[in-house]
Design a protein around this ligand. Sequence first.
Ligand code: SF4
Length: 262
Amino acid sequence: MGTKLYFKCPGNDPVSRAVPELYICPDCGMEVEIWTDEINGRCTSCKRVFWNDKALKMAEKKPPGHSVRSVLKELTQLACQLGASDARAIPTTEISVEEDLAKLCQEPRCENHGLSAGCPPHVAGPAGFRKLLKTFKHAVVFKIDVPSEILLSNERRDIFQLLHEIAANIEQLAIEMGLRDSNAYAGGSCKQIFCRDHSDCRVLAENGECRNPLFARPSMSGFGINVLKLKKVAGWMSNKTPRDVDPDAVSMETVCGLILIG
Ligand code: SF4
């Protein structure tokens, strides 16, 4: 079902005892298979994403007197449930924000520079992010490991869509758990990912509402967030590549998302 098959198959997890269930897409009426441990699914016909209400309710159940630690654990588990390859809670003091990285959006100029409300120069940049960061203690960082050839193919857009969706879902659940200032960041331009078939970003062109408020999130690049350091902090950097271990291993890339929790 959808892009998640690249990363894991819920049916292979003997602990979750997940089984597929059929839902009807509210937009086009197609039957869509959603596993019982997934909180949403994507229609393979019209690409609409919709909630699995039963799994969502289960995920939102909180232990009595839940601590920040248990909430962070729950959020990282949810990230993996949604399709992330791994997720970690980190202190925000470990997040590095660098002017030089933010400048890369402008020089060499990214083709998406200025095209959406989630990209420079329409975001607060490193200075604004540093200020915001001071008001948070905890963050969740997650990754999706993807075969390199997928990122070079037409399926790249699906991967980045999934990245935004996971980030936004974790933010939403954190908010529902009472952490109302939680903020999610993803990668790639939401103009390319969600509004490629529209001439403009509606927020910029019409001062209107985002067409995809449930899923589109700003790109980390525009704030100068050092993603390489995030990966190191999360323990995802290894000197050995899969090819060092197995010369026939598939070359992999990693894309990351970040949610400030508070
Ligand atoms: S309207 Fe489209 S381009 Fe503009 S912020 Fe929303 S998703 Fe991004």
